[in-house]
Design a protein. Structure first.
Length: 404
């Protein structure tokens, strides 16, 4: 670990927690919690993992990669379930798990409906709440929806706020959160990326499997990796994005690979709009290590994913974000990403500009990741043990250049 890192609040000391329940339900939560669970295990802290099953199929992929197995698998998701139904069912079910397991701290991650429900269940049960990836804000409750509301509500009931960056800490301070209850740790998603990237480098069999699975990728063409699943982009937003991708695919030097989200609001329209388009490969959702493999090979990433906004800077890959606002402004300010919305009249020229850039990078892109150094989980675990001074603290790199 880089011992020169500085900046963690040295006045913050948590009680020593002895029995911890981790609540997750989606693929991003599982990815970002995997390093935390590993750190808890290595520290010998008694803990259990509770999965709501909000992303049932995609959760299994992540569990397999990281060797995770939930101690409580609630399997709450049903077809066509409304947000209120998911939240209500999750609060009730997690409350029962808390009553059975009797933790002294419940950990939630990010801003999903599962995270909100887990925090609410803990609060109602008078159990402390620790929020991993606390403090992300856009300032718009409708974007992203319902995530912006979820993370603000968790901030209200949370006891400990593990902020990934200085900006996230400042957001929490503006909302009146006691500074002694905030720790800047970095983002655990960068921990997961570091762990799996090292496996890809050192595990010949894993890399060979990826090479075989994606053997259809033409190495003479520039790979554009696409993801799109945000609720606020359903219907018109996705239709505009697909129109832009269709035009981009007309370039003979480009091939587009798009792992399509399983949500029927995404899957059906994507295949209808792009299924027969030359140079576009619509594939099933990929496993986490496979996404890392694709990101490493990409010349450009077009996405509305928050997690990919955090991960792409580690590869130096230019990133165009199909959103109007982002809670991960650090990526934009550092020159690693640019907000473009979904209008094809903006997407196409920006994509062409990046692809025709001789250096292969967005002007001003930095060579560090503004979201952390890959050891956030170690900091969180040390804090939960009551010994945050035991490790080097984190200072989020300052922005160096506004994206062009």
């Amino acid at each position: 670990m880089n011992a020169s890192i500085t900046g963690m609040d040295r006045n913050t000391t948590l009680p020593r927690y002895r029995r911890i329940l981790t609540v997750l339900g989606t693929r991003p939560e599982a990815i970002k919690f995997a390093p935390v669970v590993r750190a808890l295990e290595q520290a010998g802290i008694e803990h259990a993992v509770c999965s709501t099953g909000q992303h049932r199929e995609m959760l299994t992929q992540v569990f397999n990669v990281f060797g995770l197995k939930p101690d409580y698998d609630l399997q709450l998701m049903t077809a066509g379930q409304a947000l209120g139904e998911i939240a209500g069912a999750a609060v009730a079910a997690v409350t029962r798990v808390i009553a059975e397991y009797k933790p002294d701290l419940v950990l939630v991650q990010g801003d999903t409906t599962t995270a909100f429900a887990g925090a609410a269940a803990a609060f109602y049960s008078r159990v402390a709440v620790g929020h991993v990836e606390a403090g992300l804000r856009t300032g718009d409750l409708q974007s992203p929806f319902p995530e912006e509301a979820n993370r603000k509500l968790i901030g209200v009931v949370g006891d400990w706020h593990f902020a990934p960056t200085l900006r996230a800490q400042q957001n929490l301070l503006k909302e009146g959160i006691d500074p002694r209850r905030i720790l800047i740790t970095g983002n655990t998603g960068i921990d997961a990326l570091r762990i799996v990237r090292e496996r890809l480098l050192n595990d010949g069999a894993m890399r060979a499997e990826c090479e075989a699975k994606f053997g259809f990728i033409d190495p003479t063409k520039k790979l554009v990796l696409v993801t799109g699943h945000r609720r606020e982009n359903f219907d018109e937003g996705l239709a505009q994005m697909f129109a832009g991708l269709k035009r981009l695919a007309q370039r003979p030097d480009v091939q587009i690979v798009y792992p399509v989200h399983l949500n029927p609001n995404v899957k059906g329209p994507a295949h209808a709009a792009l299924g027969a388009v030359k140079n576009v490969h619509l594939i099933a959702p990929v496993e986490y290590h496979e996404m890392i493999y694709l990101m490493e090979r990409a010349s450009l990433i077009i996405t509305d994913s928050g997690g990919i906004q955090e991960e792409a800077p580690s590869f130096g890959v230019p990133l165009l974000v199909t959103r109007d606002v982002t809670e991960r402004q650090e990526a934009v300010e550092s020159g690693c990403a640019k907000l473009i919305g979904t209008d094809p009249r903006k997407m196409l020229p920006e994509a062409i500009r990046v692809l025709e850039n001789a250096a292969g990078r967005i002007p001003g892109a930095v060579h560090h990741n503004p979201f952390g150094d890959g050891y956030a989980a170690t900091r969180i675990c040390a804090a939960l043990m009551g010994v945050p001074d035991a490790i080097a603290p984190l200072s989020t790199p300052k922005p160096v250049l506004q994206a062009g």
